[in-house]
Design a protein around this ligand. Structure first.
Ligand SMILES: [Zn+2]
Length: 163
């Protein structure tokens, strides 16, 4: 796969931020121990919290996705879907409400022609680092999908177990 230029990376990051957030439950997100399963410390539920509209105005409409559950682990008593507390907190930290401000911060750089071999302004270096972090995993995910495409379940299990 041809490597993206910095300009292409910025454009791809802006698009990926907006497209991915558009399909996600609205932020902010919070995490708490899954009821009845929080004693083991690895069962977490992540939700958009309930909005306050009903508390102040009984006739007010709830905000979109009010109270929506994003993820529940451990609800079936299964430990296969354990989620470390630090990971749950991180998922909440990077909720979709970050997408618009990040995209808005990156977007102005997409319209500027710059010499990639010249010393870049510090702000642009940071913007590029953020953009690369955002689009990078997509390339990895595409490579993984390509590698496992066509394998049956047994072959996939063998691959995951290193056989
Ligand atoms: Zn509400």
């Amino acid at each position: 796969m041809a490597e993206r230029t910095p300009a292409e990376t910025l454009v791809a990051a802006v698009a990926k931020l907006r497209e991915t957030a558009a399909g996600a439950t609205r932020g902010p997100w919070v995490s708490y121990g899954t009821p009845g399963r929080s004693e083991d410390g690895h069962a977490h539920t992540i939700t958009r919290p309930y909005c306050n509209k009903g508390m102040y105005d009984p006739d007010a409409e709830c905000e979109p996705d009010c109270g929506t559950t994003v993820l529940t682990t451990g609800a079936e008593g299964c430990e296969d879907d354990n989620l470390a507390t630090g990971d749950a907190l991180w998922i909440c930290l990077v909720h979709p409400g970050l997408a618009d401000p990040l995209a808005a911060w990156l977007e102005p750089w997409t319209g500027i022609a710059f010499d990639e071999d010249a010393a870049l302004p510090v702000d642009l270096q940071h913007a590029l680092a953020v953009a690369r972090a955002i689009v990078g995993p997509d390339d990895v995910a595409t490579a993984i999908r390509a590698a496992v495409d066509g394998l049956d379940n047994q072959q996939l299990a063998d691959l995951m177990e290193g056989r």
